[in-house]
Design a protein. Structure first.
Length: 204
């Protein structure tokens, strides 16, 4: 069973980028067993935040076909929506402060990885909230420990598989990981361009 879950996790690309994750250990019987149960369990604020994000995306998309005039309008609207997103992100982050807040090592459509000195076992379930900083969105879901790697410093890296997550939220995580990969590639390219001339190879 564990190997099947690892294979499921590895179906999706993982991006090494840190985002805040709130974890709350729960009994396996507390994990929603159907989409309807999960939907009923998600706090209204999380639903509202993601609905606002989806609405913004669909509203801005038609403006891209209207030429240069619409571009300035789109930039203005994006700035306004960004303000709303930041406010929503702050409100979401303040929910349920008893959760164990940390930052993940990586994330993707299959789940997240994080490092801690806390001790967990294979199969431990978590109520999980993943805050996607650059997307100004948050995902409410459930995860399960499927692998544990011991590190040299005595800490452990845990691999968490999404076990109960809305399809739209999983798509959001996949999209966020691809956006992050694009940002990292652009940053790497810019660093190459910014290298001083004396670091460039010289002809003999």
């Amino acid at each position: 069973m564990s190997s099947e879950k690892i294979a499921e996790f590895e179906q999706y690309f993982q991006i090494a980028e840190s985002n805040r994750v709130n974890l709350f250990a729960v009994d396996k019987h507390s994990v929603p067993q159907s989409p309807a149960q999960l939907e009923a369990d998600i706090p209204p604020l999380f639903k509202l935040a993601n609905e606002v994000s989806e609405l913004e995306q669909s509203s801005l998309r038609p403006l891209r076909n209207l030429g240069d005039v619409a571009q300035e309008l789109a930039v203005f609207l994006q700035a306004q929506s960004r303000k709303i997103d930041l406010i929503m992100s702050h409100i979401l982050a303040s929910e349920q402060p008893q959760d164990n807040a940390m930052y993940c090592d990586s994330y993707g459509g299959g789940g997240v990885k994080f490092t801690t000195s806390e001790q967990y076992t294979i199969g431990q379930a978590f109520r999980t909230k993943l805050f996607l900083q650059h997307e100004a969105s948050a995902v409410y879901c459930y995860t399960e420990v499927i692998a544990i790697d011991k590190l040299d410093d005595g800490q452990k890296q845990y691999t968490l598989l999404f076990t109960a997550i809305r399809d739209s939220d999983q798509e959001l995580v996949v999209r966020a990981s691809l956006h992050a990969q694009t940002r990292q590639l652009k940053k790497r390219q810019q660093q190459q361009l910014d290298k001083p001339e004396n670091e460039q190879p010289t002809e003999l």
